[in-house]
Ligand binder design. Structure first.
Ligand code: ADE
Ligand code: ZN
Length: 326
């Protein structure tokens, strides 16, 4: 079996996926219509044409605008269920889903509306498809730490449904150090900390995420490559990096998939995983991310097997569940 045949069939896990980033234009138009919300694009085609990004902020502006049409619990259910359908088609058997409560609570949508819709979809996906999932509540780093504290408070009645806290949105100028206290408080509540770091921001932000936020995984982390000492540390500590290849090219952090550092990262001994980030915006779900890398970087079957093993190894599944896939 070659690497392409293997990746299409094998059971896989996804560790870095923003549910709001799985919002396909077709569903966005459908939900906008039923909620009687205007979107500033006349057709699905016109909306898709807007998906040309020069950097992370260009993308975030469109991503937050798209999320504006999500109002009711059913909207969050439909959004999440649509992603699980993709998982079922691609044999993604476990997924760790990030959601951005502040994107919705800032617009007057209750925290309970968001999480109840997502949770109902999680339960249906487990029942219908046998897919296991967990939730990563992500704080928006362009907002204040005080705002994140408010979100932490709002999450407490639903603590049993949330495994982890993350940090996302505009990285440059919003270092992990800005959120040290709220991460400390989140860990005290039992949440496992993760953070986006080194996507657009410097290697220094990865160090801060490790030292100040005490993260269990780094989301992206590509810019560690500018600091050999940090690479050495990440290798030594077996710190997982949730790399998102098609996101990196769509947001111009990598100019061409042929120049993506994934293979180099594997060769250096970094514990990398492959993920889709925001698949509705970046041109591919998880399997397509693997396929693009296999083709552009000529990954061997052994390397692809390693990436798939890593996706389970560095998941937050209980050890006995991981073992079924390792
Ligand atoms: N929110 C959704 N996708 C993101 C990304 N790639 N980086 C930072 N924040 C995000
Ligand atoms: Zn992300």
């Amino acid at each position: 079996m070659n690497a392409l045949e293997y990746i299409k069939k094998v059971p896989k896990a996804e560790l870095h996926l923003h549910i709001e980033g799985s919002f396909e234009p077709e569903l966005m138009f459908e939900i906008a219509q039923r909620n009687k919300i205007e979107i500033p694009y006349s057709s699905i085609g016109e909306l898709k044409k807007a998906y040309q990004f020069g950097n992370l902020q260009d993308f975030l502006d469109i991503y937050y605008a798209g999320a504006n049409v999500l109002i009711h619990e059913q909207d969050f259910y439909d959004l999440t269920m649509a992603y699980f359908k993709h998982c079922a088609e691609e044999n993604i058997v476990h997924t760790e889903i990030m959601f951005d409560p502040q994107t919705h609570t800032k617009r007057g949508v209750a925290f309970s509306t968001v999480i109840n819709g997502i949770q109902r979809a999680r339960e249906d996906a487990e029942r219908q498809y046998g897919i296991s999932s967990l939730l990563i509540m992500s704080y928006l780093r362009h907002l204040s730490e005080e705002d994140a504290f408010e979100t932490l408070q709002q999450s407490l009645p639903f603590r049993h449904l949330i495994k982890s806290v993350g940090l996302d949105s505009s990285e440059k100028g919003n270092p992990p150090s800005k959120f040290r206290k709220v991460f400390e408080a989140s860990v005290k509540e039992g949440y496992i900390p993760v953070a986006h770091a080194g996507e657009e921001g410097p290697a220094e932000y990865i160090c801060e995420a490790l030292d100040l936020l005490k993260v269990a995984r780094i989301d992206h982390g590509n810019n560690c490559l500018t600091d050999p000492k940090l690479v050495e540390r990440l290798v030594e500590e077996k710190m997982a990096l949730t790399v998102c290849p098609l996101s990196n090219t769509a947001l111009r952090n990598v100019d061409d998939i042929k120049n993506h550092p994934l293979k180099k990262m594997l060769d250096l001994g970094l514990q990398v995983t492959v993920n889709s980030d925001d698949p509705a915006y970046f041109g591919g779900y998880l399997t397509q991310n693997y396929i693009s890398c296999i083709e552009a970087l000529d990954l061997s079957l052994e390397q692809v097997k390693q990436l798939v093993r890593n996706s389970f190894q560095y998941s937050f599944l209980p050890e006995e569940m991981k073992e079924k896939f390792l």
